[in-house]
Write a protein of this length. Structure first.
Length: 276
């Protein structure tokens, strides 16, 4: 609710598209009670199934493109971005016509930094978030980004093979392959709450991460075909030593999900059976 309220109040935002995956109607009631739903300011997109991150975000991206917006701010529901930061992101796109994507530094509520983009380590099959050091990132997390509409029209939306995780890395590589630039605006920040999902849902989170990592390696090939199995073996060994039965089950399910190769990912029969 804080996320939506900040966006609706921003003079830089023309319209807010709120996507409610696996909608029960509760969000509509809460938004209406808080007076955050108004045709001129915001609209709610409700879908009965959980389409995952890419599938959910793409619904709003497509609506934004159809309605002619030139730049689209994508933000997680557990993040808040200030008006000053939105202006800084917008100014970056205006100054640099070949920049297709710009992100703020992602910080926690206590001010500590979560991400200023990240680096890829293909041989190890992993990514690493970096601090705001001025180093050009290999990818930008979509916890909060401003994306240029013409770049989306050029290279396409998020890849819905990915249910959760790695879709942002994939998009950054596709941008670069399409001769678009992307960067972090270090003066801009978005505050992101610390997720409790890993502790609350260890099996599902491990399965989704493994699933997407395997699909990413298969799609981008090269050293990722070595790094993917390396990461899988190290992760399995680490979780055996730490006796994390849930994580090990998640690894096995993630491999099965990748082999199933459902496209889009939310149509996976294995996911529906295991996680509803």
């Amino acid at each position: 609710m804080r996320c939506v309220a900040a966006l609706v109040a921003s003079p830089s935002i023309e319209h807010v598209f709120i996507v409610d995956n696996e909608s029960s109607g509760e969000l509509r009631s809460a938004l209406a009670e808080a007076k955050l739903l108004a045709p001129e300011a915001s609209s709610l997109v409700e879908v009965p199934e959980n389409r995952g991150f890419a599938g959910g975000v793409n619904l709003a991206l497509q609506l934004s493109l159809e309605q002619g917006y030139e730049a689209i701010l994508v933000i997680n529901n557990d993040a808040v971005v200030t008006e000053e930061s939105i202006s800084l992101l917008t100014a970056t796109l205006e100054r640099k016509p070949r920049t297709g994507l710009v992100g703020p530094r992602i910080v926690h509520a206590d001010g500590s930094e979560e991400s200023a983009g990240g680096q890829l380590v293909p041989m190890a099959g992993i990514t690493r978030h970096q601090s705001g050091s001025g180093t050009a990132p290999d990818f930008i997390t979509w916890a909060c980004v401003l994306v240029r509409a013409s770049a989306l029209r050029d290279i396409g939306l998020l890849d819905e093979q990915f249910f959760m995780y790695w879709e942002d890395v994939d998009f950054s590589l596709r941008l670069r392959a399409g001769n678009w630039d992307f960067e972090i605006c270090e003066r801009a920040t978005a505050t992101h709450e610390i997720s409790t999902n890993r502790k609350s849902y260890p099996v599902a989170i491990k399965a989704y991460h493994t699933w997407s990592a395997a699909l990413f390696a298969k799609k981008h090939r090269g050293l990722w075909l070595i790094g993917g199995p390396v990461w899988l073996l190290i992760s399995a060994a680490t979780n055996v030593l730490r006796r994390r039965a849930g994580a090990l089950r998640g690894l096995r399910l993630g491999v099965a999900l990748a082999r199933e190769n459902a496209t889009p990912a939310y149509l996976s029969a294995i996911r529906a059976k295991e996680f509803g």
